[in-house]
Design a protein around this ligand. Structure first.
Ligand code: PLP
Length: 334
């Protein structure tokens, strides 16, 4: 038995998703001729109330392209200090985009309106003007924490008053939507650009979508190509994304219930599991790498997320029973 709780990216396409892939109509997307890619982009844009979308291979690329639409080289972006763009994107924004990021630590990765207002630099001979703020919803290192809608609206007001743009890293926006019932369009209405992933909670094998303004799309296509992301018959992958959007959004509630169960079982066994808001359980331990290694020997794969922090992520390929078995094994080896 193996229960893989390292990430929600480890899912395998279901038989029905594979059937959708097999039947996909395709064309060369670099020529703009793949009908399934076009259908996916139109569908995701419509879900969030955007006018343009671009299908790209990864969430990292979607964040990168969208943020470069908002912040030019030498410009400044605000983000929380644990944001995925800082912690896990290999300084790509600095390397490729020449973007400086101004940060602050927050308890669960979520910026408050006060944080944003304090961090904004007005343009001045001695300060680089801030151009945009990046919000991660849900927040990965924050343990799948969710921005309250009121909170997002207040940040939007602060951004508008300062004349800066808002980008949302919505790799797991589906989890926020399912956990709170907030319509995707409400999230879309509060952002200038967004990135959303198809290959995490939705269970598609590959792919993310950058949501953009129509006038940004041509430059975004050029940037994707420059980054080596011009893909040909990508409709094979877009078909999986369309299938996931049609069939895998509502079921994310099961992942959240499994995460709550997992955390409760671990706490019951005396482990320091934090209560999850969505599908990510953070557990405070003495020695995370040692625990991850011992758990793996017993068929439970978890991520050492820091020296004393373990991350467990529920997803399409783990059942309630898997979570109960995993909790038992983790409690035993801890
Ligand atoms: C919040 C967040 N944003 C972006 C990404 C990047 O996605 P990808 O691995 O598809 O590049 C991840 C990946 O886990 C993530 O958790």
């Amino acid at each position: 038995m193996t229960v893989d709780l390292r990430s929600d990216t480890v899912t395998k396409p279901t038989p029905a998703m594979r059937a959708a892939i097999l039947e996909a109509e395709v064309g060369d997307d670099v020529y703009g001729e793949d009908p399934t890619v076009a259908a996916l982009e139109a569908k995701v844009a419509d879900l969030f109330g955007f006018e343009a979308a671009l299908f790209v291979p990864t969430g990292v690329m979607a964040n990168h392209i969208a943020l470069r639409m908002l912040v030019r080289p030498g410009g400044e972006l605000i983000a929380d200090a644990d944001a995925h763009i800082l912690a896990h994107e290999d300084a790509g924004l600095a390397w490729h985009g020449g973007i400086q990021v101004r940060t602050t630590l927050t308890p669960n990765g979520l910026l408050s309106p006060g944080d944003v207002s304090r961090l904004i630099h007005p343009h001045h001979p001695h300060t680089l003007g801030t151009t945009a703020v990046e919000l991660e919803n849900t927040h990965n290192r924050g343990g799948g924490s969710v921005y309250a809608l009121e909170h997002l609206k207040a940040i939007r007001e602060v951004a508008d008053a300062a004349g800066i743009a808002v980008h949302v890293d919505g790799a797991r926006i589906w989890n926020a939507h399912v956990a709170t019932g907030t319509p995707l369009r409400e999230y879309g209405a509060l952002a200038d650009t967004m990135s959303v992933c198809l290959s995490k909670g939705l269970g598609a094998p590959v792919g993310s979508v950058a949501l953009l303004k129509p006038q940004q799309r041509a430059e975004a296509v050029l940037m994707r190509h420059r980054l080596g992301g011009g893909w040909r018959q990508a409709g094979i992958l877009a078909a999986a994304g369309i299938y996931a959007l049609d069939h895998h959004v509502a079921r994310i509630a099961e992942d959240h219930a499994n995460a709550r169960l997992l955390a409760a079982q671990l706490r019951g066994a005396g482990l320091g599991a934090r209560t999850p808001e969505t599908n990510i359980v953070l557990v405070d331990v003495e020695d995370a790498p040692a625990l991850a290694a011992r758990a793996a020997e017993h068929g439970v794969r978890v991520s050492a997320f820091g020296p004393r922090l373990v991350r467990l992520v529920t997803h399409l390929d783990v059942t309630e029973k898997d979570c109960l078995s995993a909790a038992e094994i983790l409690a035993r080896v801890a």
